[in-house]
Ligand binder design. Structure first.
Ligand code: M6R
Length: 605
C-alpha cells in the first residue's frame, strides 16, 4: 500500500527520496510524487501516475533539494490521477503533505471548516493540508499547533503523516496512528519512512514511533510528544538486513528468488530455533502461557490465514488444545464468544496488516496474552503482542507470499513440538523436527529443480485457462486454498481451492471440457477418495493434474513429491503450485511481482 519517505539536511535529498520510493515499489502503488526544497528555498513538486520510472523521467537536474518528502499512492479516495497523487498541498502552496491511511471523517471536516476552499483533488489527504493552512494563515496558530489541532479532529482515523512547511523546510512534522512510520538516524541528516527497507542505504538505526505520537524532525534532532502531549524519548533499534538482501540480484523477478530461497529458510529456522539435539529453544514463559490456555486462536489474512489452517492441524495433534483459525477482518467485528483462557497467535509476514491489528488491539484491551509470528522485527503486530517469534526469512518483496508461508508453517511446527514435549505428548515426543525440516529442505529443492517441467504444464494447462480448481482433503485442502490464491493473484486465472468431497455438492457444475483440476494427494487416509473425486471431474471433461507424495504416488501422477511427515507435506506440495502460478503469470506477460490492484502490506481495513 502507500509508502512514505522523507529527508532533511542533505543535498542528496532527491536521490534519497527516489531510491526510497523504488525500494517501496513492492508494496503496490499506482502513482508517486516528491516535493523537495533546495538550499535557495525553491520548491520542486513532481508527481506522476504509473511506475516510478515515469516519475524519474520528470526529475531533471533542475530538481534539487536539501529536504523533502515523497510518496507512493495506492488509490483509496479518488481515482489514479496526478491531482490525487501525493504530496497534496494547500492552495497557497505553503504546506505539502504525504499520508498513508484513511481519514474517516474527511467529508465532515471539509463541510465544517473548509466550505470556502476550492479542492484540487478528491483525496481525504488534501482536507488535512488545507486545514493546517487555515489554522496557520487564518487563525494565526504556529505550524506545530495547527498540525496538532488538525490531528486532534481525526477521531479514530488511520494515518502516517509527513508535513513540510516551505517557510521552514528543514523541519519535518510527523504524526502516526495505526499506520507504520519510522525515523532513520543518519550522520548529519535524518530520514523518515514507512518501511526500513526504503532507507537501508542511508542507515540501519531506526526509531520506533507509537500511535498518537507527534514528532518534529530536523537534520540533527528528533523531538517526540506522546498522545498526551508529554515529551518522551523513543527507543531506537538496529535493522540487521544487508541492503543487498532486498535486491533481486540476477533473478528476473523477486518471486522466483523467494521461491528458490525456501530450502535455506527451512535450514535457517532449524538452526535458529533448535539446539544440537534437535530440541526447540523457545521462551518457557510463552510455552507456559500456551499450556494454560483452553483454546488457541490463530489469526491471519490471505496466505497467513492459510498457514494458520495448517497450524491448527499441528497444534491439535501435538498440543491437544482445540484451535480455531480465524480471518482477521471477520473476527475483528464478530464479537466472538471467547472461552476462559484463550491464547492468540497472530500470523503476519509484514506485521502491519490492519485487519489483524484490529483484532490485536481488541484482545489487548481484554488483557489476553498473544504471540505474533512475523518476518519483520519491530513491526506493529510484533510490538503490540506479548511475545514475538521471527521468521527470519529475509525480506519478502514480491506481493505473492511464498517463503513467508512455508516459514510460518515450519515455525508453527517447531512451536507445537515445543509445547507438545512440555506436556509429554506422544506425537510431539516422536516428531523429529530437525530431521523433518532437513527432509523438507531437500524435498523443496528437488521440486524447485523441476522448473522446466512445471513451466511446460503451466503453458499447457493454465496460460489460456479462465478457471481452475485445486482440490484435496484435510491438510491438502488447506494447501489447495493457498495454491489457488497464488494462481489468481498473479496470473488472474479464476481459481478456487476446494475440499475435494465438497465438489459434487454443487461446484462440479462448473467443470467443462478442458477445465484444469489439480489434486493434492499427500495423506494416506484420504488419497483414494481424492483420486475418486478427480475421476469424477475427468468424466466431465476436466484436465487432471496431480501433486502426489512419493509413497502413495501412482503411474501417471504429474508431480511426485518426496516423502516428509504427513503434518509437514504442505511445505513441499505448495512448491509446484507456487511455480505453476509463477510461470502462468510470466508467460502471460504479466507483472509477476506487482500484480494489479494488490499491495504487499495491507495497512488499511
Ligand atoms: O503481511 P501479512 O501476512 O499479514 O499479509 C496478509 C495478506 O495480505 C497476504 O498474505 C496476501 O494474501 C498475499 N498477497 C498472498 O500472497
Amino acid at each position: 500500500m502507500c509508502g512514505i519517505v522523507g529527508v532533511t539536511g542533505t543535498d542528496n535529498s532527491v536521490s534519497i527520496l527516489i531510491n526510497g520510493l523504488e525500494k517501496l515499489e513492492y508494496r503496490g502503488y499506482d502513482s508517486a510524487g516528491i516535493l523537495v526544497n533546495d538550499s535557495e528555498s525553491n520548491n520542486h513538486l513532481v508527481k506522476q501516475t504509473g511506475d516510478i520510472s515515469n516519475l524519474k523521467k520528470l526529475v531533471d537536474n533542475k530538481v534539487k533539494g536539501h529536504s523533502g518528502i515523497g510518496h507512493t499512492r495506492w488509490a483509496t479516495h479518488g481515482g489514479v490521477t496526478v491531482e490525487n497523487s501525493h504530496p497534496q498541498f494547500s492552495n497557497d502552496e505553503r504546506f505539502y503533505l504525504v499520508h498513508n491511511g484513511v481519514i474517516e471523517n474527511y467529508k465532515e471536516l471539509k463541510q465544517e471548516y473548509l466550505s470556502d476552499v476550492n479542492f484540487k483533488s478528491q483525496t481525504d489527504t488534501e482536507v488535512i493540508v488545507q486545514l493546517v493552512d487555515k489554522f496557520v494563515v487564518k487563525d494565526g496558530l504556529s505550524t506545530k499547533d495547527a498540525f496538532k489541532k488538525a490531528i486532534s479532529l481525526l477521531g479514530n482515523s488511520s494515518y502516517g503523516f509527513l508535513l513540510i512547511d516551505t517557510e521552514d523546510p528543514e523541519t519535518l512534522y510527523v504524526a502516526k496512528n495505526k499506520s507504520p512510520l519510522l525515523i532513520g538516524k543518519c550522520d548529519g541528516y535524518n530520514v523518515v519512512c514507512s518501511d526500513s527497507v526504503a532507507m537501508l542505504n542511508e542507515t540501519k538505526t531506526f526509531m520506533e514511533i507509537e500511535d498518537g505520537d507527534f514528532l518534529i524532525v530536523k537534520p540533527n534532532s528528533v523531538f517526540v510528544e506522546d498522545k498526551n502531549g508529554k515529551e518522551v524519548t523513543r527507543d531506537t533499534f538496529e535493522v540487521d538486513i544487508d541492503p543487498s538482501e532486498a535486491d533481486k540480484g540476477t533473478y528476473p523477478n523477486y518471486m522466483l528468488k523467494e521461491v528458490d530461497e525456501q530450502p535455506n529458510v527451512m535450514r535457517h529456522l532449524a538452526s535458529k530455533y533448535l539446539d544440537q539435539d534437535g530440541m526447540p529453544v523457545i521462551d518457557k514463559k510463552l510455552l507456559d502461557d500456551i499450556n494454560k490456555s483452553d483454546r488457541l486462536y490463530i489469526v491471519g489474512a490471505g496466505t497467513s490465514y492459510h498457514a494458520g489452517l495448517v497450524g491448527k492441524a499441528l497444534f491439535e495433534k501435538m498440543v491437544k488444545i482445540p484451535t480455531e483459525v480465524v480471518v482477521s477482518s471477520e473476527f475483528a467485528y464478530a464479537d466472538p464468544l471467547l472461552p476462559n483462557k484463550p491464547f492468540f497467535i497472530f500470523l503476519s509476514q509484514s506485521g502491519e496488516t490492519a485487519d489483524s491489528r484490529e483484532v490485536l488491539s481488541n484482545i489487548n484491551k481484554k488483557g489476553y496474552s498473544s504471540l505474533t509470528i512475523t518476518n519483520v522485527a519491530n513491526s506493529t503486530l510484533s510490538r503490540e503482542a506479548t511475545y514475538t517469534l521471527l521468521l527470519e526469512a529475509g525480506p519478502e518483496i514480491s506481493v505473492a507470499s511464498t517463503k513467508a508461508y512455508t516459514a510460518q508453517i515450519a515455525l508453527e511446527a517447531i512451536l507445537a513440538k515445543a509445547v507438545g514435549i512440555s506436556i509429554n505428548n506422544e506425537k510431539a515426543n516422536n516428531f523429529d523436527i530437525k530431521q523433518q525440516l532437513g527432509l523438507v529442505a531437500t524435498g523443496m529443492q528437488a521440486v524447485i529443480e523441476e522448473k522446466q517441467q512445471i513451466e511446460e504444464i503451466a503453458n499447457e494447462y493454465f496460460v489460456k485457462a479462465n478457471r481452475a480448481f485445486y482440490i484435496g482433503r484435510g491438510i491438502d485442502y488447506y494447501v489447495s486454498m493457498e495454491a489457488s490464491l497464488k494462481l489468481k493473484e498473479i496470473s488472474y486465472v479464476q481459481a478456487e481451492g476446494f475440499a475435494s468431497g465438497e465438489l459434487k455438492h454443487g461446484t462440479i457444475a462448473l467443470i467443462e471440457e478442458g477445465t484444469p483440476v489439480i489434486g493434492i494427494i499427500s495423506q494416506d487416509k484420504t488419497a483414494g477418495l481424492t483420486r475418486s473425486n478427480l475421476e469424477e471431474t475427468a468424466a466431465r471433461g476436466a484436465k487432471i493434474i496431480t501433486i502426489a507424495k512419493q509413497s502413495i504416488a501412482k503411474d501417471g501422477d504429474t508431480f511426485i513429491i518426496p516423502d516428509v511427515d504427513e503434518l509437514l507435506t504442505p511445505l513441499v506440495t505448495v512448491i509446484p503450485a507456487q511455480l505453476l502460478a509463477y510461470y502462468t503469470s510470466l508467460n502471460k506477460n504479466l507483472n509477476v511481482d506487482r500484480p494489479r490492484n494488490l499491495a504487499k502490506s495491507v495497512t488499511v481495513q
